[in-house]
Design a protein around this ligand. Sequence first.
Ligand code: FMN
Length: 350
Amino acid sequence: MARLVFEGLAGSELVAETFGVADDPGVLLIDDGARDWRRIAIALAEAGRYVVRLESDRGDEPEAALAAIRAVLASLEARPVLLGAARGALLAAMVAGEAEEYLATGLILIDPPAVSDARRATALAALRQPVLVVASEADAAGVAAHIADAEFVASAASAEFAASDADDALSAVLLDFLERRVPQSPPEYRAGSDQRTLRDALGCFATGVTVVTTRTVDGTPVGLTANSFTSVSLDPPLLLVCIAKSASSLSAFEQARHFAVNVLHIGQQPVSGRFARRGEDRFAGTDVETWDSGVPILSHSLASFECAHEAAHDAGDHVILIGRVERVRFEPRRDPLLYFRGRYRRLHFS
Ligand SMILES: Cc1cc2nc3c(=O)[nH]c(=O)nc-3n(C[C@H](O)[C@H](O)[C@H](O)COP(=O)(O)O)c2cc1C
C-alpha cells in the first residue's frame, strides 16, 4: 500500500491509498466508510488491478465530493473503473453519468441508495459503460429501472455475503465482472474474429462527422451520415467517402455526376442523427441550398465540399466514392462534431 496526494479544491490536499502497480488497469474506490476495504483492495491488486481508494470525507456536500472525485480522475493517467459503495455509489454514478467525456471504463455500484430525484435518474440513464450493481433484490429492481444493460448480483439475499468470508465473496464477484467486462489485456482482433471487435478497434480512430448528399436521377435529394471521409489529393483536389452497399442511396451516388460532403459542427448533432436514421424525412427542418451543380448543400455546415464524381471503387461491403472538389465553403470559427468509440464528442481543451 502507498499513499498518493492529489491537488484538490482550492489548494486542499486529497489523500488516497493505493494498492498494486500503477501500470495495471485502475479501479477508483469511493469509500463509504462503512466497510473495511483493505482486504478487497489487496485481492484486486493481487489479481492485477491498481486500486486507488479515495479518503474523502466531505460530509453532506455532494458537490465537494463530486469535485474531489473529478480531480482524482483528471490526475490519473488512464481511465479507471469506478467502484462506489452506498453514498459512494451514488457519487460514482453521478460523476460518470454527468460527464460529457468518457471518464470511466466501467462502474460497480454496491448498495446504491434509492434513486430519489430526477438528477440521479438522469445520471444513471446516461451511463454507457459496463455496470455491475451489487444490492439487495428489492433495491436492485429500483436501480435496474434506470440503467440499461446493468448486471445485478443480489447481496443481502445471498448467503455468501452474510458469511464471515464476505470479503472473499465480494472480491470474487468484483473480479469476475472486471475480467469479463473490463479485461486486463487489451482486446485483440484476428482475421475471423467477431466483427464487433473490429468495429471497436476501428472506433479508436477519432473522426469528424459528415453528411454526404446528392440527387437521384429524378431530382430527389438524398443523403446519409458518414464518418469515412478522407482527403486524398491536393493536385488534383480529390477526396473520398465510403458508402455501404446496403445504403438505400448508393445507386444515386453511383449514378450522379456530382455529390457534396458537408462537415458538421458541434451544433449539428441532431442533423447527424437524422441522416443516420431510417424512416424520417432527412431534409425536413434542415436549411438546404444549391450552388453550381444543383446537389443539396446543408447551409451553415462547418465546411461543404461540392464535388464531381471522379470514380467509384468496389471495396468489400462498401463502395469508395472519389470526388473531385469543385467548390468549398467553410466556417473558420466553429468547433467540429467529433465521433470516437461509437459516441459523439466535442473538442476538449484542458
Ligand atoms: C457517426 C456515423 C457515421 C457513419 N458513417 C457511415 C459511413 O461512412 N458510410 C456509410 O455507408 N454509413 C455510415 N453511417 C451509417 C449511415 O448513416 C446509416 O446507415 C444510414 O441510415 C444509411 O442510409 P439509408 O438509411 O438511406 O440506407 C454512419 C452513421 C453514423 C451515426
